[in-house]
Ligand binder design. Structure first.
Ligand SMILES: [Zn+2]
Ligand SMILES: [Zn+2]
Length: 616
């Protein structure tokens, strides 16, 4: 069953969503001009566009789109106002029965059956409204743009099928999708971006470059295998995280992939998240208990690393002097995602998370939280992400004890602390009510790839509830026992999702430090002396951990270069007899071309410096 949008949700609709929802009304108007008996159900704005569900004998196909779009243009050109009309429930019911709602006129014998259902879903006491553009009258709570002429550009995109109200016991409808923009320039930019995203699809580039494989038959769906070239990227990211976290005073820990049932009952996962976890492993311990009863132990694959880290906190007595304690781990978690939801590296069942938990006192919180945010910004700079936004999700006081732990004062206190840090740091953020984690306020970090596509890759959360459930305490200055606050943070998200994102962001053309094959040394010809000079260079680079391969074949050098460019090798070192005699190397950079010959020592030094600085 689909959730009905509340009036509150509707008031929050952005300008673009209003415009797209208005385009859905215009599309319905156009469809009715062509097929007057069409019956409409729901027509909301969605991510990147809108749809309207329609019941119609004629099967609409993309071949029908031009003529529907032609009718839509007429309605937009007529520039009809979107008129809001308040009605009584009786009137609305009468207009549904006469077929007037979701129609251009009354349609005797063809009542607006879905509108009757929609009407029933409107709570008693809530105002009932119509919106009218030209002849089209619809049951709708709005909001809309002022006039049909405000729709600057639109396009119908696809048609799918959907059940009325998302319930498969209901009739199947045709769902016509489209998109709309303020103007044609914005729409063109959107379709260009989609085209580019298709070319940069991480599954396609991942296969071409040999980064990862998903072996559904033997390993299982959603369980990515990192091939050697993908593993090179994984290890570079881990190295970056380890260096950054070490400098910021984190310590590293290692934890097993499974834990006993008690762990997840205490953490709240079993009561709240069990359906996202793999089913338990049942272990019959050999020794029976005193009553001769066999013990069965249940273990679960971990869905998050936090509970294990909490037990590390509990493993030793802690004093205020030990805080803040920052425990970091690239932990592998397992989540049961529906098989239909799995998607390349972006939605998987085993995920390696750049995780850490910071245990601190309330007084230390602002500094710690701020340092985490700064770490995010530092990473964004390294990856050349200049567009990002933090979404600060807070609780809803009306749902304390249901969706959110029942600690009204702690909620307000921690949310104020977070808000304060965000405001002082000047970070770009928006506040979203009612979307916090159950244990505290949460920040999701959205980033935009080089081609302008949005991804949510990382989270930063405050937890004032679970440490208490695990009985975590530290001894304070006054010798009293107190519960620490916990910050969960994962700036590089999971390897799977982050690398999926980076593949699109870089189109597979990784900067030198991340490139799976950083350097390829190629000889012009296969002369023995030349090959041995080239091998010397390779040895020197490998001794410095530069991922270096060779091509000493007798093929023409142009062919070798083409092959290396195709494989997206970052730096190509081309060596001919003249280079060797002068102690030089000719350098070529993927996508940038030939940089000419330089002394061997300079070339090696430049490569090492660029890797060390992680320069673009
Ligand atoms: Zn509407
Ligand atoms: Zn956590």
């Amino acid at each position: 069953m689909q959730d009905r949008k509340t009036l509150d949700d509707r008031a929050k609709m952005t300008d673009l969503e209003r415009l797209r929802h208005s385009a859905a009304h215009v599309m319905a108007t156009a469809i009715l001009r062509l097929w007057p008996d069409a019956q409409f159900a729901a027509g909301p704005p969605v991510e990147n566009g809108f749809y309207y569900d329609v019941d119609l004998k004629h099967r609409i196909s993309p071949e029908d789109f031009p003529k529907i779009e032609e009718e839509m243009k007429k309605e937009i050109k007529a520039n009809h106002p979107f008129e809001k009309i308040v009605v009584t429930r009786e009137q609305a019911l009468k207009d549904s029965e006469s077929g007037r709602l979701g129609g251009l006129s009354e349609r005797p014998g063809n009542p607006s059956k879905f509108k009757i259902g929609n009407l029933e879903a409107i709570p008693e006491g809530e105002q009932i409204t119509y919106y009218k553009n030209g002849d089209f009258l619809d049951l709708c709570a709005g909001p809309h743009v002022m006039r049909t002429g405000n729709i600057g550009a639109f396009k119908l995109t696809t048609v799918a099928s959907a059940y009325y109200k998302g319930d498969e016991r209901n009739p199947q409808l045709q769902r016509i999708y489209g998109t709309a923009f303020k103007n044609k320039t914005e729409m063109d930019a959107y379709f260009t971006m989609l085209e580019e995203a298709k070319k940069r699809d991480h599954r396609k580039i991942g296969a071409e470059m040999g980064l990862f494989a998903i072996d559904t038959e033997y390993v299982g769906p959603g369980l990515a295998l990192w091939l050697p070239k993908g593993t090179a990227i994984v290890e570079e990211l881990e190295k970056l995280a380890k260096e950054t976290e070490f400098a910021a005073g984190y310590v590293r820990v290692k934890t097993p992939h499974i834990a006993r049932e008690k762990m997840y009952i205490t953490s709240g996962h079993i009561p709240l998240y069990q359906e996202s976890m793999f089913p338990p492993l049942e272990l019959k311990e050999k020794a029976a208990d005193a009553n001769g009863k066999e013990n069965v132990d249940r273990y679960y694959l971990k869905a998050m690393n936090c509970p294990h880290h909490h037990r590390i906190f509990a493993a030793e007595p802690r004093s205020y002097r030990d805080l803040p304690l920052r425990l970091a781990e690239y932990g592998c978690c397992y989540r049961y995602e529906q098989s239909g939801e799995l998607f390349g590296l972006m939605r998987v069942r085993a995920l390696n998370m750049n995780d850490a938990h910071i245990y601190c006192t309330a007084e230390q919180f602002a500094d710690e939280f701020n340092a985490v945010n700064e770490m995010y910004l530092k990473y964004f700079k390294i990856f050349g992400l200049d567009k990002y936004q933090m979404r600060f999700s807070t609780h809803d006081p009306a749902r304390l004890g249901q969706k959110f732990v029942n600690e009204p004062e702690l909620w307000i206190k921690t949310e104020n602390m977070v808000r304060d840090v965000l405001q002082k740091s000047g970070i770009n953020y928006v506040e979203v009510p009612n979307e916090a984690a159950f244990y505290g306020p949460k920040i999701d970090v959205q980033v935009w790839s080089a081609i302008g596509r949005e991804f949510t890759i990382a989270t930063n959360q405050v937890d004032f509830a679970v440490p208490k459930q695990f009985g975590l305490v530290y001894r304070d200055r006054d010798n009293s026992e107190k519960t620490p606050l916990c910050i969960h943070r994962a700036p590089l998200g999971t390897h799977e999702r982050f690398i999926g994102f980076l593949i699109e962001h870089y189109a597979g053309n990784f900067p030198l430090w991340l490139a799976p094959e950083q350097v390829r040394v190629m000889t012009i010809g296969d002369d023995e002396k030349l090959v041995s000079y080239a091998k010397q260079i390779i040895n020197e680079l490998r001794a410095n951990f530069v991922r270096t391969e060779s091509d000493f074949s007798s093929d023409k050098i142009n062919g070798k270069i083409q092959e290396a460019e195709r494989a997206k090798v970052h730096t190509m070192l081309v060596i001919g007899g003249r280079d060797m005699d002068a102690g030089n190397i000719s350098v070529r950079i993927h996508g940038k071309g030939n940089l000419g010959a330089k002394p061997k020592g300079d070339v090696v030094a430049e490569i090492l410096a660029a890797i060390k600085n992680r320069s673009a």
